[in-house]
Design a protein around this ligand. Structure first.
Ligand code: ADP
Ligand code: MG
Length: 418
C-alpha cells in the first residue's frame, strides 16, 4: 500500500481546534487508502507550556550535561504524539506512538545537532501492515550508544523527509500555519502569494536564505531520494505548494519564471578588513584561519588583493572584532545588517535581474552594502532597518504579488525597463 508521511508543526497542534484539523487530514488520507505515518513537533510556540523552549528552561541549571538536555528537549514531541494518539483512538482509528529511537531512527552522537545516519524501517512498516497509524516523535533519534539525541531547529521537517525517503513514501506533506511556500514571509509582505510548484533547488535556496517554512536539510534529503514534498496549511484543504524536481509543470503551464521569491536573514554584522600594501596573502590566511579556529561561521565573503569583506552573526561580532584587533589589521564593522535574497531557478542567464534589483532599492533610497550571486540567487546586504522595505520593494518589482502569468510579464518588464 502507498505510504504517506504527514508532518504537523507546533502551531498545528497548539489548540483543540487546530488538532481537530490535524485529525481530519489524517482520517481523510487513511480513507483515501494510504498507510499513514504522522510526524509531530512539540505543541505550540515559545512560551507555551509544552513547547520545547519551555521544557528546556525547566531544569534550573547552567551545568546540565548535553545528554540530559537532549532528553528533556525530546519530551515536547512525546507529549504532542500521545495527545494526538488519544484523539485518534477516540475516533476509533488504531494508532501507535514511536519515539525516534523506537521508529528506528539512528543518528550520530552529537547532542543538540545530531545527524540521521540510518533508519531501520521494520518497526514502522510492521505497524503500517497492521493498519495502524504510526505517530513518530519528530526532531529526535538514537545515538550509537542508545541515547536520545535531538536534530536541532527544524528537526521535525528532517525526520519527516528522512522517514519518507527510507519508507519510499509516495509523498511527504508538511502541514503548517501558512498556505504553502509564499513568495515572501507573510509577516513582512502582506501581498505574498502561495506558489503552486517550486523545484527542490528553489526551495532549498529560499530556506537557506531564511524562509523558515521548511528546513533546508529536509529539502536536501527529499531531493536526494526524489520524494515530492507538499507544504500546505493545516487549517484548510488547499493543497499548498508542491516541491519536486524537473518536470513539475503540467503541459500548458508557464515554466518560464525567473524569480520565485524573496527571503531574508536578519542579525548579521559586516566586517571589512584592509591589508594595506604588505603581504596580502599572509594576512588573508590569518584572518580566515583565525575565524575558523574560533568556530566563527562566516558568510558573504569577498576577497580582493587589498582586503576582504565578510559577514558574521551579530552574536559573534564582538568575538570576531576582538580577534581582528589581535591580528593588528585595519578593519571596520557595520552591525545590525540583513541579507535579502532574490531567488529563482530561472534567473540563470536572464539579463537585467541585477539592474532591476539595484533600481528598486535605489528608488527606495536603500543603500546596498554588498552583493553576490549564484546561478539561482542574488543576495544583497542592507541595514536591518531597511530590510522590510527592501523585501517589499523587490517583491513588487518582480511582480510577485500578481498571479503567475502577470508576474512573469512584470518581471520581464522590470528587466526591460532597466
Ligand atoms: P511549523 O511550526 O509548522 O514548522 P514554522 O514557523 O517553522 O512552522 O514555519 C512557518 C512560518 O514560516 C510561517 O508562519 C511564516 O511566517 C514563515 N515564513 C518565512 N518565509 C516564508 C515563505 N517564503 N513562505 C511561507 N512561510 C514563510
Ligand atoms: Mg518549522
Amino acid at each position: 500500500m502507498a505510504i504517506l508521511v504527514q508532518k504537523f508543526g507546533g502551531t498545528s497542534l497548539a489548540t483543540d481546534d487546530a488538532r481537530r484539523h490535524v485529525l481530519r487530514h489524517i482520517v481523510r488520507e487513511r480513507e483515501a487508502g494510504y498507510s499513514v505515518v504522522v510526524v509531530v513537533s512539540a505543541m505550540g510556540r515559545r512560551g507555551d507550556p509544552y513547547a520545547t523552549d519551555t521544557l528546556l528552561a525547566l531544569p534550573d541549571s547552567e551545568n546540565l550535561p548535553a545528554r540530559e538536555r537532549d532528553l528533556i528537549a525530546s519530551c515536547g514531541e512525546v507529549i504532542a504524539a500521545v495527545v494526538l494518539c488519544g484523539l485518534l483512538c477516540n475516533e476509533g482509528v488504531p494508532a501507535v506512538v514511536l519515539t525516534g529511537g523506537q521508529a528506528g531512527i539512528r543518528t550520530d552522537g552529537r547532542f543538540g545537532a545530531a545527524r540521521i545516519t540510518r533508519i531501520e524501517t521494520e518497526p514502522v512498516l510492521r505497524r503500517l501492515d497492521e493498519g495502524t497509524v504510526v505517530i513518530v516523535t519528530g526532531f529526535q533519534g538514537m545515538s550509537p550508544g542508545g541515547d536520545t539525541t535531538t536534530l536541532g531547529r527544524g528537526g521535525s521537517d528532517t525526520t519527516a523527509a528522512a522517514l519518507g525517503a527510507a519508507l519510499r513514501a509516495q509523498r511527504v506533506d508538511i502541514y503548517t500555519d501558512v498556505d504553502g511556500i509564499l513568495t515572501a514571509d507573510p509577516r513582512l509582505v502582506a501581498e505574498a502569494r502561495p506558489l503552486k510548484a517550486v523545484s527542490y533547488a528553489e526551495i532549498s535556496n529560499l530556506a537557506r536564505q531564511g524562509a523558515k517554512v521548511v528546513h533546508p536539510r529536509a529539502v536536501e534529503v527529499a531531493a536526494q531520494a526524489g520524494i515530492p514534498l507538499r507544504i500546505r496549511s493545516t487549517f484548510t484543504d488547499d493543497e499548498g505548494t508542491l516541491v519536486t524536481g524537473p518536470g513539475m509543470f503540467a503541459a500548458g503551464e508557464v515554466p518560464d519564471r525567473p524569480i520565485v521569491g524573496i527571503a531574508h536573514t536578519a542579525g548579521v554584522t559586516q566586517l571589512t578588513v584592509a591589508y594595506g600594501a604588505s603581504e596580502p596573502g599572509d594576512m588573508q590566511v590569518r584572518v580566515f584561519g583565525t575565524m575558523a579556529r574560533h568556530g566563527i561561521s562566516i558568510d558573504f565573503i569577498n576577497v580582493t588583493p587589498s582586503g576582504c569583506v565578510y559577514t558574521v552573526f551579530d552574536a559573534d561580532a564582538d568575538r570576531a572584532i576582538g580577534l581582528l584587533s589581535e591580528l593588528g589589521c585595519a578593519y571596520s564593522a557595520i552591525r545590525n545588517c540583513a541579507k535579502v535574497s532574490v531567488v529563482g531557478g530561472g534567473m540563470n542567464g536572464v539579463p537585467g535581474i541585477m539592474a532591476a534589483i539595484v533600481e528598486a532599492l535605489t528608488d527606495e533610497g536603500i543603500p546596498i552594502l554588498q552583493s553576490a550571486d549564484s546561478n539561482a540567487s542574488i543576495w544583497v546586504l542592507v541595514r536591518q532597518a531597511d530590510m522590510a522595505d527592501a523585501v517589499r520593494a523587490l517583491h513588487a518589482r518582480f511582480g510577485l504579488d500578481r498571479p503567475a502569468a502577470a508576474a512573469h510579464e512584470a518581471s520581464q518588464l522590470a528587466q526591460e525597463e532597466s
